[in-house]
Design a protein around this ligand. Sequence first.
Ligand SMILES: Cc1ncc(COP(=O)(O)O)c(C=O)c1O
Length: 483
Amino acid sequence: MTVPGGRISGTRLARLLGEWRRRGARQGSADLAAAIRLLVLDGRLPAGTRLPAERELAEALPVSRTMITAALDQLRAEGLVASRRGAGTWISLPSGTMGITPDTPLVGHSMIDFARAAPPALPGVLTAFDNVRRRLPEQLADHGYYEHGHPDLRARIAARYEMRGVPTTPDQIVVTSGAQHALAMTLRLLTGPGDRVLVEQPSYPNALDAIKAVSAIPVPVAMTDTGWDLPGMAAALRQAAPRMAYVVVDFHNPTAHRLDAEGRVELADIARRARTPLVVDETIVELDLDGDPLDGPPAMAALADDVVITLGSASKSHWGGLRIGWIRASAEVVHRLISTRTALDLGSAVVDQLVLADLLADPDPALRERRAQLAAHRDVLMAGLREHCPTWRFTRPAGGLSVWCELDAPVSTRIAVVAQNHGLRLAPGARFGAHGGFERWLRLPYVQPPDVLRDAVRRLGVVAGSVNGTGLVSEEDIAIPVA
Ligand SMILES: Cc1ncc(COP(=O)(O)O)c(C=O)c1O
């Protein structure tokens, strides 16, 4: 049973839906049903969300009331929405009938997850678990609660900063359950409802969600074709007076841009003058595919330790399933973070922390392996794109996990909707905008093995052709089995 929860307005649903309609399509109701289904599968319309009245939605989209009724009838028949007289209509997830949800394990499934830019674990992670298992008895004799993080891991994380030229002591580190948790903790410390937070436009979708979840207001500053609009950011800091700025200056998600050393000095200066804390997400910093992360431009913390709070993570370098991230800040900020943490959780899992500590004892071999693997996958994806989507434009990413691809028409959402029927899960460009948009863009990750990447891009070419009405789509191509 699904319990009706919060209500979404017609305007907000229209914004989430983006450009859902195929141009010239007759079957508008099928398109609308497919677009709502995508939002549900993506977790963006959670079960229980009450939908606006049909008339309100028809006005917001704007389409005929008959089309809305037909789309909802279709979703009702699938069990994806439920209605009751007096209670309205809401999203419903009947157990066992949903097929793929965002966290359904996709191993052995014919649905390819091209929405998540998260690589599988390196083999060394298993070895690290074995090493930790042997040392576990001494840990088990202890209480296991470490609000700041296990001392062994805090020391290793601090040592990695030292290697990168950022003087750091273990008491400047708080271990968290991933960088997303680290951001949520930082937002709780620095912002309150109605406060503004400067973000890059486009930005990492889950960060945008975290900002909205604390009722803060994202203030987007558009990126340029080559990176950051630093004068634009300075003006936004002056005019909007945000409580903090959230930036990803290393292999930015999703554009893969990297801010150069000169830009970093300028950004540090801008933040300092505006007295705005700069929350720098370094989740992807180790994934320098063309160079060595230890030779990269200086870390923001090395340039402006007084205004920078750094977020880090083992998710992309080692494994997302560890769910270990961290915050690097001044000892005073660490103290304040911990005093707000205990209302939320009492520390991260000790075994996972020890596994990462083991991996960080000699981090370079594993990180080299990760970079080599991703660099090879990047080349496979780019070759596939050139073959199957030859009119799309992209720049070869120097690091990170994905290609930010410019389409020939504003059809990103349409492509993501249709791709589901071809066994491909995509994150439409609109996910990366503070208020939607980016219909000309798709983020395509290269984290899967080469044969899966090739298959995914082939499917993508078929989908793009069918959406644009330009591609050569054979019956055989369309009949990709979806379990
Ligand atoms: C920029 C950025 N920040 C944070 C995260 C989430 O990291 P974690 O798995 O450590 O919560 C990701 C994951 O894709 C990311 O790309």
